[in-house]
Design a protein around this ligand. Structure first.
Ligand code: SF4
Length: 392
């Protein structure tokens, strides 16, 4: 399956998605945000289309977008038809609010004619039946007895019911999702639907909150699922600038080894009672400076020579700080010792020089095999600790 030019499912790399927070009818603002998200590494962007003026803006947005666009459709199936007509790359439908069989059939037929996939996304917030009072009462009562188990059962059942329409239309270009605000429900729901259905899965924890709290909520579920091989596309959703969603989505895939980095990786010690410099400030400054480097150099900033060298193993460029000095290593070789005041600039210079060597083909990035022989931190016979950083 493809969303525009982006492959999805099977052996294709996991796709990072986000969603614009602009009014879609504001073409300039929406295109600017789509471009910013794409520049950060977002593969596919979703836009809200609640109104006819939103779908009317789609041709201009699609023409200027560097990445495929998904139309998020709720309640009004006409928005889906208009988006399809505009050339959208994918449609998202919510079984909780577009239920009329004839309407769903029409959207499916229009998508089939143009080879457009549809995501069927059930969501904890809209899963309970709204119209039929008896069904609603039954579902609410089941949920109140064991919310976790019944929510998962309900999600699978609603997907089964809705997907039957797609099956009867012989339409298989389907992506499915089952989002909850509770990461434990997400984990079990996605495990259940991955066993039950054979469609690509869009992973997400819904309404996770601001990045400061939503990060753990989202990543706890997504990491558990991705590590099990479940999930074909992810959206981390925050109550914040969607740039953070893309940054964290990409980082999650990188740390899980599912995406190659295209920028430096920073390793830093957590600091402890052995620390002798303002390492936290240094780490923040190093992070800011490294943003200028466009090669995935691995840089380590460590607070001492006791555990630092072992923890920094695999780093291309590393600094071990202590007693106002820093020893810099480049791929396991000690290159220089500098004062605390010069540490930031010296580390950055070494990182830039190494990145340039890599770009010229004169050096290779570490693939975890660089071993750093530490300066000897063991006590001498007289009990003194010969920290080379202090002596240099
Ligand atoms: S590297 Fe040194 S200072 Fe940093 S946490 Fe480890 S032992 Fe403590």
């Amino acid at each position: 399956m493809h969303i525009g030019s982006v492959p999805l499912g099977g052996d294709a790399p996991v796709v990072v998605q986000s969603m614009t927070s602009t009014y879609t009818y504001d073409i300039d603002a929406t295109v600017a945000q789509i471009r910013a998200l794409a520049a950060k590494g977002c593969d596919v962007v979703r836009v809200a289309t609640p109104d006819k003026r939103d779908t009317a803006a789609l041709p201009a947005i699609l023409e200027q977008s560097p990445v495929p666009i998904v139309a998020d459709v709720h309640f009004h199936f006409e928005r889906a038809l208009e988006a399809i007509e505009a050339g959208i790359h994918k449609i998202r439908l919510n079984p909780g609010n577009i239920t009329d069989r004839n309407q769903v059939d029409r959207v499916i037929r229009a998508c089939r004619e143009r080879g457009i996939p549809i995501r069927v996304g059930v969501n904890e917030g809209s899963i309970v039946e709204r119209k039929d009072k008896e069904t609603r009462a039954g579902e609410m009562s089941a949920l109140s007895s064991d919310r976790h188990a019944h929510m998962i059962r309900l999600m699978v059942q609603k997907l089964e019911d809705y997907l039957r329409i797609f099956d009867e239309n012989d339409f298989g270009d389907v992506v499915i999702s089952a989002k909850s605000i509770d990461p434990r429900i997400c984990i079990d729901a996605y495990r259940a639907i991955s066993e039950r259905f054979d469609f690509p899965l869009h992973l997400g924890v819904t309404h996770a909150g601001p990045p400061e709290t939503g990060r753990i909520r989202s990543v706890s579920a997504l990491a558990a699922l991705l590590a099990d091989g479940i999930g074909d596309t992810i959206r981390i959703s925050y109550a914040a600038d969607p740039i953070f969603e893309v940054e964290d989505g990409k980082e999650l895939l990188c740390v899980l080894g599912m995406r190659n980095r295209d920028e430096p990786e920073l390793i830093a010690c957590p600091t402890c009672g052995r620390i002798e410099i303002d390492l936290i400030k240094l780490v923040a400054e190093v992070r800011r400076k490294l943003a200028a480097i466009k090669t995935p150099v691995k840089v380590a900033v460590m607070g001492c020579v006791v555990n630092g060298p072992g923890e920094a193993e695999g780093a291309d460029v590393a600094v071990f700080a202590g007693k106002g000095k820093g020893i810099i290593y480049v791929q396991g070789e000690q290159t220089r010792t500098v004062s605390e005041a010069d540490m930031l600039e010296a580390l950055y210079e070494e990182a830039v020089a190494f990145a340039e060597k890599v770009e010229r083909g004169e050096a290779q990035l570490s693939s975890g095999g660089v071993s750093i022989v530490p300066p000897d931190p063991l006590p001498r016979a007289d009990g003194s600790i010969p920290l080379p950083v202090a002596k240099a």
